[in-house]
Unconditional design. Structure first.
Length: 132
């Protein structure tokens, strides 16, 4: 029983997935910090504090009840900002780096056809030229 568990845990896929999850969580903290500490204050300077948490639809006079769509707007805004940060700070620079490091491929050179192929083509052309 323990042998099967050990084999499962030590499989390459499981270990790779565990490492990816841990690195992803750590990277998520970096992106969250960048958004919270750098991007959001810049947006706040430009257009005021971007917080929609108090927005409600069909609320009573005290602002209670109804549909609290403001929190949803906060989540969507946060997602879009994080996605933009990941794209413009990580994806685009990495793409440019890999393009510059990629070795240019030599154009394919086609070898001359073998003598057998040349003879087969001649036979084919002669057969096509014969009247039926």
């Amino acid at each position: 029983m323990l042998q099967g568990f050990r084999d499962f845990i030590l499989r390459g896929n499981v270990v790779d997935l565990a490492v990816a999850v841990i690195i992803g969580a750590a990277f998520g903290a970096v992106v969250d910090s960048m958004v919270k500490d750098i991007i959001t204050p810049i947006i706040g300077l430009i257009g005021g504090q971007p917080d929609f948490a108090n927005l409600r639809l069909f609320a009573d006079a005290k602002g209670q009840g109804g549909i609290a769509y403001g929190s949803f707007l906060n989540a969507v805004t946060s997602f879009l900002i994080k996605a933009a940060v990941v794209y413009f700070v990580i994806v685009l620079p990495m793409k440019r780096i890999t393009e510059t490091l990629k070795k240019p491929q030599a154009p394919e050179t086609f070898a001359a056809p073998s003598e057998e192929i040349v003879l087969l083509r001649e036979i084919r052309d002669l057969l096509k030229a014969q009247p039926r």
